[in-house]
Design a protein around this ligand. Structure first.
Ligand code: DP6
Length: 320
């Protein structure tokens, strides 16, 4: 009744920012992401009748804060009458800092939990359960370039191109390792409630998604770069115009953006995206990765950089 699974975070190129249904955690629009390969979260789940309550240990320390979300997700996998569970999570990158740690955590959790519960579930149904816990987690069940479509009552998620079809590199500039001030769920609900740009943001999502999908299928880097940067900046504009405003960037985030612009002006194939945190992710062709990394390393305020290729969806590691 114990299973271990691993998942990698994903970085959205067309962002999920807004919910159609807050209770069901259904996204208001589709999104498109790349799943990484060198950052990971491993989750181990063991159900036991001997436990009196669920227990969660994250990177060797007990975690009460995250436990209710984890327990609710386990209820969705195995039912509310399930045995209590001992859950252990380990990761090799900062948590809750805008690096999609909840995406890889919930993706790994649903795979481990369903196996530990003795189920044989298909990937889409697990993605839907993970998505109910954290919208972006649905995409980490799949590898490579992943598209999520938002229906009225459900999501659909699929790989539209494998990691090996177009092996891009992602260079992540960490500008602050601390936990973000506002969680993304709360922040997007504030945007929906108060930003004057929210409705036009949603209106334009289908066109951006289509343009990004076409760019991926045609391996058109320039087109993907243009639509992904535009989409990211629109999402942050929605946030900045929310009340109270949501600003995740710091000065180092801006100097990283400037470094990417400089490289673009010199003709290098690179673009940036930024999520609900101050880290900048630069996506580039593999040949450009060394140059991009050293440019970001040289930006004032960058704590460190990490490099990742594109990788696979969540996988089961072990079950006993
Ligand atoms: C900026 O998936 O963390 O990373 O569903 O409320 O858990 P919840 O939100 P979450 O939001 C991710 C926001 C984003 C964009 C994206 O990954 O698409």
């Amino acid at each position: 009744m114990r299973a271990d699974a691993q998942a990698q975070p994903n970085i959205a190129l067309i962002k999920y920012w807004g919910k159609r249904d807050i209770d069901e955690n259904l996204p208001a629009a589709g999104s498109l992401s790349v799943t990484l390969d060198s950052l990971w979260t491993r989750m181990s789940v063991e159900f036991s009748d001997a436990l009196r309550g669920d227990e969660l240990v994250v990177n060797a320390a007990s975690d009460e804060k995250m436990l209710p979300r984890i327990s609710a997700c386990l209820d969705r996998v195995a039912g509310t009458d399930r045995p209590r569970a001992s859950i252990e999570s380990k990761g090799n990158f900062p948590i809750a800092a805008g690096l999609a740690s909840s995406a890889s955590a919930f993706a790994a959790l649903v795979v481990a939990a369903s196996t530990a519960a003795g189920q044989e579930s298909n990937t889409l149904s697990l993605a839907r359960i993970a998505g109910a816990a954290s919208g972006s987690a649905a995409r980490s069940l799949f590898g490579g370039f992943v598209e999520l479509q938002a229906g009225d009552t459900n999501i659909d998620v699929e790989t539209i191109a494998e990691a090996g079809d177009w092996p891009l590199t992602v260079v992540i500039a960490i500008t602050e390792e601390g936990v973000k001030p506002v969680g993304s769920g709360e922040a997007m609900n504030r945007s929906a409630a108060s930003s004057p740009f929210y409705s036009s943001w949603l209106e334009q999502q289908p066109a951006d998604l289509q343009s990004a999908r076409d760019a991926v299928l045609q391996k058109d880097f320039a087109r993907l770069a243009a639509v992904a940067e535009h989409n990211c900046l629109k999402m942050h504009s929605v946030m900045w115009a929310s009340r109270p405003p949501i600003v995740y960037w710091n000065i180092a985030t801006l100097s990283c953006m400037e470094a990417v612009r400089r490289l673009q002006n010199e003709g290098h194939a690179v673009f940036f995206t930024i999520d609900a945190g101050p880290q900048l992710k630069a996506i580039c062709l593999p040949d450009e990765a060394r140059l991009v990394r050293s440019a970001l390393d040289n930006c004032a305020g960058v704590v460190r950089t990490m490099v990742s290729g594109l990788g696979a969806g969540a996988t089961l590691l072990e079950s006993t």
